[in-house]
Design a binder for this molecule. Structure first.
Ligand code: ATP
Ligand code: MG
Length: 585
């Protein structure tokens, strides 16, 4: 492909709207162009990378036995009413009416549609398992679309859905997807980690997020360097470094703390450290109202509380409800005299003589003590993990990494098949609900994440397997007849070998061409200039290395092919290693 004919508008300056590096570089390298908030056009150069990611995904999904389908983006409200999500899904679900005043939505995900597709058609246990996937745009009316393709409103996703007859089968399907995902991100040439994520009522090891490691990532993952346990912040189990206090218990004392509600205000007023204060938080759940206590310098993890009490629903109580339940206002809740179950973070149980709210406006209690002053329904790990915490499985100190969630696999169980009445006949001819799993990969986000992970101040550094082109052929002066001849011949030879070449035939200065080559980040740059020709050579330079190397013109095409094959082979070997580890999940 000749660059002079290629629709690749590049920009020297970063557009003001772009906050993160991948967004800046995708705009500057002419990959995408914004149409509206969170909605982007893909240009030819960007689309080539996206299509490569999609093709890797497609190959690995097929290899894992999944079958490709293509489902509509417009979905009728009736299906969403059946699953209960028409009301439950927030404003991210873009609902609208057609000319017949029929209500529909744009698909943010496709569980309802896929269940409707198979029910009635997939009838017998003999046909199971089945795994269907598609690669398609989703629409989620995100409140704050940002970071370009990272959090769009319209974005690309591969979504797959598995249907199994029994639990062991569902687990096998899940593991198959875990392995396939590991292969996909390894083949994309990305550094990633699979981390355990919150499962909700299903429990166990049945939700993993795949995170591309990048310092700029929005997500944080806790990784145990010793046993390999890795989880996101919503899930990571904590073994605390705190030791039990042994001070003698002091007399419980009520103190006046006028207008001091927050931990900071109370601690500043009483001249004590936040670790001496214990927050009492009041929640509503389908299991009734509950209280949870964590140290003032810690953050409660509501997922852990929800798991502990086995609730389907958990939310903070309103100020009115807090008043009703504790007899005191928001900001002054405490455990003493409280009539609802109290769940204690394990660290609180180690404290003596701590401060709590007095359930009375403008008062706190000094020297509160567990057992003497109140009882706990349960003591457990209830807080968010922080640096310095230890792995709950092996006791080593966690390492923390930043990452970008590019994939999520999840066991759904009967969550959709039951309300939507999707059944099959088991071996005994008995009607059973399908056991489902769902598996998503953000395709557009994966492209953005790969740039977030692989760039330098000059531009993008594509992993070879998803690079839009493999070779950037750069004649210093394409108008020079001799140079042009060598360049054209080499381009033809490279293309004949099946390599993807972008030939910079523009009448630009060498400086401009070098800058653009670095900006768009194609893995191998081949320079044709007077100086190299004087040695019957061209110059090879890999985008991810500083080294330059002269290669004889007569050998250049084969050498390029070998170099590229060697790099792809390295990626493929790494993929196999990662896949072997993944199969041990
Ligand atoms: P997030 O936590 O980032 O909002 P999610 O958990 O809602 O994502 P899933 O429903 O698990 O996302 O969707 C599967 C995948 O789709 C995600 O892992 C992510 O890669 C991608 N994805 C989700 N939302 C967006 C978005 N707004 N823009 C781009 N990709 C997205
Ligand atoms: Mg997710």
């Amino acid at each position: 492909m000749k660059l002079s004919r290629y629709y690749l508008p590049t920009y020297r300056e970063s557009p003001a709207e772009a906050e993160v590096i991948s967004h800046q570089l995708m705009l500057r390298a002419g990959m995408v162009k914004k149409l509206a908030a969170g909605i982007y056009n893909w240009l030819p150069f960007g689309l080539r990378a996206l299509r490569k990611v999609e093709e890797i995904i497609r190959e690995e999904m097929n290899r894992a036995g999944a079958q490709e389908v293509f489902l509509p983006m417009v979905q009728p409200s009736e299906l969403w009413k059946e699953s209960g999500r028409w009301e439950a899904y927030g404003k991210e679900l873009l609902r609208f009416q057609d000319r017949h005043e029929h209500e529909s939505c744009l698909g943010p995900t496709h569980e309802e549609v896929i269940v409707d597709l198979v029910r009635g058609q997939l009838r017998s246990w003999r046909q199971l398992p089945v795994n269907l996937y598609q690669i398609q745009d989703k629409f989620r009316d995100e409140i704050r679309p940002r970071f370009g393709l990272m959090r769009g409103r319209e974005f690309g996703m591969k979504d797959a859905y598995s249907f199994d007859a029994d639990e062991p089968g569902a687990e096998k399907s899940y593991q198959g997807m875990y392995a396939a995902y590991s292969r996909i991100f390894a083949r994309c040439g990305l550094e990633f980690r699979a981390v355990e994520a919150v499962t909700g009522p299903i429990g166990g090891k049945f939700s993993h997020e795949f995170m591309v490691l990048a310092d700029t990532g929005e997500d944080t993952l806790a990784v145990c360097p010793k046993c390999g346990y890795a989880a996101n912040l919503e899930k990571a189990e904590v073994k605390t470094a705190a030791k039990p206090e042994t001070d003698p218990e002091q007399v419980l004392e009520k103190v006046h703390t006028p207008g001091r509600r927050t931990v900071e205000e109370v601690c500043a007023f009483l001249k004590l450290a936040p670790a001496n204060l214990v927050k009492t938080l009041i929640f509503e759940s389908d299991k009734g109202p509950v209280a949870a206590m964590v140290r003032g310098d810690r953050e409660l993890n509501p997922n852990k509380l929800q798991g502990l009490i086995n609730a389907d629903r958990l939310e903070m109580a309103t100020p009115e409800r807090i008043q009703e339940l504790t007899k005191g206002p928001l900001g002054f809740s405490g455990p003493v005299g409280l009539k609802i179950p109290i769940y204690l973070d394990q660290e609180v149980a180690l404290l003596k003589n701590f401060i709590t709210g007095a359930n009375e406006p403008d008062y706190h209690l000094l020297n509160t003590n567990l057992t003497r002053d109140f009882q706990a329904a349960k003591i457990a790990d209830l807080r968010v993990v922080v640096p310095g915490d230890f792995c709950n499985r092996c006791g080593s100190e966690y390492h923390f990494h930043k990452g970008i969630e590019v994939g999520h696999i999840f066991k759904l169980g009967l969550k959709y098949s039951k309300p939507m009445n999707a059944t099959f006949l088991d071996q005994n001819g008995k009607e059973q609900f399908f056991i489902m799993g769902c598996y998503g990969i953000g395709t557009s986000r994966t492209v953005a994440a790969s740039i977030e992970q692989n760039h330098d101040p000059s531009g993008i550094i594509w992993p070879l397997s998803i690079a839009p082109f493999q070779i950037y052929l750069l004649p210093i002066n394409y108008k020079d007849e001799r140079l042009r001849k060598v360049t054209d011949d080499l381009a033809a030879e490279l293309e004949k070998l099946g390599l993807e070449v972008l030939l910079d035939d523009r009448e630009e200065s060498p400086g401009v061409k070098f800058k653009d080559a670095d900006l768009i980040g194609i893995p191998l740059r081949i320079l044709v200039g007077d100086k190299t020709l004087a040695k019957d050579s061209v110059e090879f330079k890999l985008r991810n290395q500083d080294k330059k190397e002269l290669v004889l013109i007569s050998k250049a095409a084969m050498a390029a092919k070998e170099l590229i094959l060697a790099q792809l082979e390295a990626i493929s070997q790494k993929t196999d290693r990662i896949a072997t580890q993944a199969s041990k999940l």
